[in-house]
Write a new protein. Structure first.
Length: 106
C-alpha cells in the first residue's frame, strides 16, 4: 500500500504542474495512503534517536498530506514549498532510521 501511495504521489505531483484538474485528487489520495502506512508502522523500542526520527518521519507524512490540501485551496504553487520540506524530512529519515537500527542491533 505504501508503494501505491508513493506512485500516486509522484504522478499527482507531476500532473499538478500541468494543471490537470484531477491531479490534486491523485496526489492527496497517494499522500493519505503513504502517510497512513508510516503512521501505523510503529516503533516500540527505547532508543531516543529512533523515536525522534520517527516523529520527524510522521511530520513529513503530515506535510505531504497538507501539500495536497494546499493544491486545492491555493491558486499558485505554495504547495511546492510544503512538498519540498516533507521530501527532505522523508529522505533524511529514510536513511537515518535503518542506520540507527543497525547500530541498535550491535
Amino acid at each position: 500500500m505504501q508503494m501505491v501511495g508513493a506512485v500516486l504521489l509522484l504522478i499527482g505531483a507531476m500532473l499538478q504542474i500541468t494543471r490537470w484538474e484531477f491531479a490534486p485528487y491523485l496526489y492527496t489520495l497517494g499522500a493519505i495512503l503513504f502517510a497512513y502506512v508510516q503512521v501505523m508502522d510503529g516503533y516500540d523500542g527505547k532508543n531516543l534517536i529512533i523515536r525522534r526520527l520517527r516523529r520527524q518521519q510522521i511530520l513529513g507524512a503530515v506535510l505531504l498530506v497538507f501539500a495536497g490540501v494546499l493544491m486545492f485551496v491555493t491558486r499558485h504553487n505554495e504547495w511546492i514549498l510544503c512538498l519540498t520540506v516533507a521530501a527532505v524530512l522523508e529522505l533524511y529519515t529514510a536513511f537515518r532510521i535503518p542506520s540507527e537500527l543497525e547500530k541498535e542491533k550491535k
